[in-house]
Design a protein around this ligand. Structure first.
Ligand code: ADP
Length: 600
């Protein structure tokens, strides 16, 4: 499995930060915009409310001096200013009006600026007798206009807004009526909030503020005329208001002007409020992004692993296929080679069979060659005997010894019979037998062979002990050849038994094996001598006298058995006597349809 390349953790983190940073900018931008907008909207509403309240208050008192100017008690006083009861009446009237309207102070001045009557007539800081002619509202009203003025009460030190109106007598101004509105109350309305309130007058000087340290400070530069007016009118506790520098970066400022009064109301919201919310949003957003990125990373990693696995599987499969292909190719080559080899073997085998056949034939010829001496000896002997018998028979006939001559002739006849027998055996031995083996029933063939030797067996009183199955055993053989082999073996057994005293016995056994059928012949004769065991199969080997044996029996048996694909085994039984085994191939049961083999 290919290992994922190792990446140090700090590098991954740096990469993550690099990816996060550009994503945080837009988040910061939008969060800032959103929260600032929200704060501004909220403060705008507060500002609207405050402005409505303030302008409502001012408007309520705006026309009051104008209306009061027509009241008869006041006019009466103006006509006779020194009249005590008139003043007292006016004082009570103004006090009552003040109580009902909620104004701070209402007072009436003479055209010279002297206060004739006042709603605070009974208080320590009563305005009665005081001169306010230096105030601009007095001058404005004296000029026949409605006056307005902000100023600090000279005795009360309370901030107030002054409305003034002339009292007309025809075209002449006979008095000035003034209503003072307390502004301290409007400041007290402001709660303890992070946002700050600020009301500035036409000079840009703060007259009302939730921040006491901002009061009576100039938010803009004052020109000389304004400064002179301030000195003359004394609206503030100071004659030169200190500048107020508000940092735009620290405050979000919203302002609204009140057209008639020249006042402006501002709400200042600390930017911190927005920054704090933006930071929270950034933290939450950043965390969400981080989680998202990590999940994405995880997903990508899993995908990569999956792809790697697929690639690996494909590789392994390809390799396996290659190997299978290689193996198949190898096997095909091997197969071809094997086929060639099989073909070669078959050819070689055929050649070998041919050669073997030739060799057998050649061997036979060689054997015949080596036999020729023995044969000539075997045949010359009877020939010489025949000649001598014939010659002798002539002499006997000459002497009329007819019986003797007949005896000679019988000898001659026997000898020729023997010679014919030798020749017949030799022919059988030398013949190239091309008959294919066929299915032969074993028991009947054995019965036939036994029948051939039955007479001699009875003469020798040989007991026959058979242990054969009832069911027919089918073997691959030629019927005549098998009978000849069995006959030879039985004849040999009888020959051997004849050499010993009774009891004489022959055992016949069969055994079915995987390879075929084994037939064993055992006798209780003297058994094979050591030399006979080694050479009995060779042609002309015999331990019998020349009249008894030719030494060809077992040699022929061996040749016939081999031709049938079987084998002839010679041994001695542990209890004595010869033990001969015929190994025959088993065959499919069937009737022998071929005509019996001719053997001559
Ligand atoms: P022959 O019978 O003419 O001698 P065989 O080839 O049949 O020729 O036998 C060769 C020799 O094998 C015999 O001479 C004998 O010595 C030995 N022989 C064969 N069969 C037996 C047997 N059943 N018991 C003992 N010896 C045997």
């Amino acid at each position: 499995m290919p290992n994922a390349p190792y990446r140090p953790r700090w590098r991954s983190l740096a990469l993550l930060a690099l990816v996060l940073a550009p994503l945080m900018w837009p988040l910061h931008y939008f969060a800032e915009r959103y929260y600032r907008g929200e704060l501004l909207e909220q403060n705008r509403q507060t500002l609207d409310l405050y402005v409505a309240n303030l302008s409502g208050t001012l408007r309520r008192y705006e026309m009051l001096p104008y209306i009061l100017a027509d009241l008869p008690p006041l006019r009466a006083l103006l006509a006779e200013p020194d009249e005590g009861p008139l003043q007292e009446r006016a004082n009570h009237l103004l006090e009552r009006v003040r109580n009902e309207t909620g104004a701070d102070v209402i007072y009436l001045m003479s055209p010279q600026g002297l206060t004739l009557t006042s709603s605070n007539w009974d208080q320590v800081d009563s305005f009665i007798g005081r001169d306010f002619s230096y105030r601009p509202y007095f001058r404005e009203a004296l000029a026949g206009k409605h006056g307005r003025f902000f100023g600090l009460g000279t005795t009360s030190r309370k901030r107030g807004y002054f409305f003034s109106s002339p009292v007309w007598d025809g075209a002449e101004v006979v008095g000035i009526l003034v209503v003072k509105v307390d502004l301290d109350d409007s400041e007290r309305l402001w709660g303890n909030t992070p946002e700050q309130l600020m009301v500035t007058d036409s000079n840009g000087v703060v007259i009302v503020s939730s921040r006491p340290d901002w009061r009576f400070r100039a938010t803009r530069d004052l020109d000389n005329v304004e400064r002179a007016a301030i000195v003359a009118n004394q609206p503030y506790p100071t004659q030169a208001p200190a500048p107020l520098q508000l940092n735009d970066r620290a405050w979000l400022i919203q302002s609204r002007g009140l057209a008639e009064s020249g006042l402006a109301v501002s709400i200042l919201a600390p930017r911190q409020l927005v920054d704090r919310q933006v930071s929270t949003a950034l933290a939450v957003g950043g965390a969400a992004l981080l989680v998202g990125l990590l999940l994405l990373g995880l997903l990508l990693q899993r995908r990569r692993h999956y792809i790697d696995r697929i690639a690996m599987d494909a590789g392994a499969r390809r390799e396996l296929e290659m190997r299978v292909l290689e193996r198949t190719r190898d096997l095909e080559t091997l197969n071809h080679r094997l086929k060639d080899e099989v073909l070669e073997r078959e050819q070689t085998q055929q050649e070998l069979l041919r050669t073997q056949d030739d060799l057998v034939q050649a061997g036979k010829l060689t054997a015949l060659g080596t036999m020729s001496a023995s044969i000539s000896h075997e045949l010359n002997q009877p020939l010489a005997a025949i000649r001598s018998y014939a010659d002798n028979a002539g002499v006997l006939l000459d002497h009329q010894r007819i019986d003797d001559a007949r005896g000679n002739l019988r000898q001659i006849s026997e000898l020729t019979g023997r010679m014919a027998s030798i020749i017949a055996h030799l022919r059988a031995f030398a013949r190239r037998d091309r008959h294919a083996p066929e299915s032969v029933a074993l028991q009947p063939a054995l019965e036939d062979a036994l029948a051939l030797v039955a007479k001699r067996r009875r003469a020798l009183d040989v007991e026959l002990i058979r242990d054969l199955p009832d069911a027919t055993l089918w073997v691959q053989a030629g019927e005549t050849r098998l009978r000849q082999v069995l006959g030879n073996l039985l004849a040999n057994a009888l020959d051997a038994l004849a050499e010993k005293a009774p009891p004489r016995r022959i055992w016949l056994n069969t055994e079915v094996t995987e390879q075929g059928v084994n037939l064993t012949l055992r006798d209780n004769g003297p058994g094979f001598s050591e030399q006979a065991l080694a050479h009995a199969r060779e042609p002309f080997f015999t331990t019998k006298t020349s009249t008894q044996g030719l030494g060809l029996g077992l040699a022929i048996c061996e040749t016939l058995m081999r031709a049938l694909g079987g084998e002839l085994l010679l041994a001695n039984h542990p209890d004595g006597g010869a033990l001969i085994t015929l190994q025959l191939r088993s065959a499919a049961p069937g009737a022998n349809l071929h005509p019996p083999e001719e053997f001559s």
